[in-house]
Design a protein around this ligand. Sequence first.
Ligand code: 3PG
Length: 226
Amino acid sequence: MTPAAQSRLAAAICGLAPVVPVLVIDDIAHAKPLALALVAGGLPALEVTLRTPAALDAIRAMAEVPGGHVGAGTLLTPADVKAAKAAGATFGVSPGATERLLDACAEYELPLLPGAVTASEVMALLERGYTVQKFFPAEQSGGAAFLKSIGGPIPQVRFCPTGGISLKNAVDYLGLKNILCVGGSWVAPKEAMASGDWAAITALAAQAAGLRGPSRAPEVQSGLRP
Ligand code: 3PG
């Protein structure tokens, strides 16, 4: 799958809601109820980070939830890409980008949201064909002000910033023309997962889904097919 095709699909995924939950799942038993709670609250695109032993099984379980679009985050190696695809991930997210990782996403046909954090990194990914990128770690790397500035010389790249984003500052990003959505872990607090308080997570998701973002209609209409 070409980078351009990957970015078209990434844009469609990012257009589903203003927020993509970034999920760290320790207990496989949490996977399905968590996905159900987030989708019920209006957040259908879910990023499961490959940071725990349960992550791949969690993707498998969550991929069965109707209305959900489950992706794998923290992709670092070609083996991660292969495993994520085999588990049923429909998109991938990486904190940065390497040639080997990008080659693997083309080979295994996994639409990737590759990470970039400097103008040169953004340009290198654009040169390869990625017009939708993750900006990580967002708050620590200049935040909304950086993204607004980079939209001047490089308006053709649009971003999903993650890292340090919460209900408080999400709107700073969502108001920018070059932002498709934001990612964050705040919608799935560890304590709520541990206590099985799925209603609380649905409420947080609904609050996040109600954040005002840029118009997403054309992206969603363009569909999620390659
Ligand atoms: C991450 O990869 O950890 C994400 O960027 C989430 O960051 P957050 O926990 O600050 O939302």
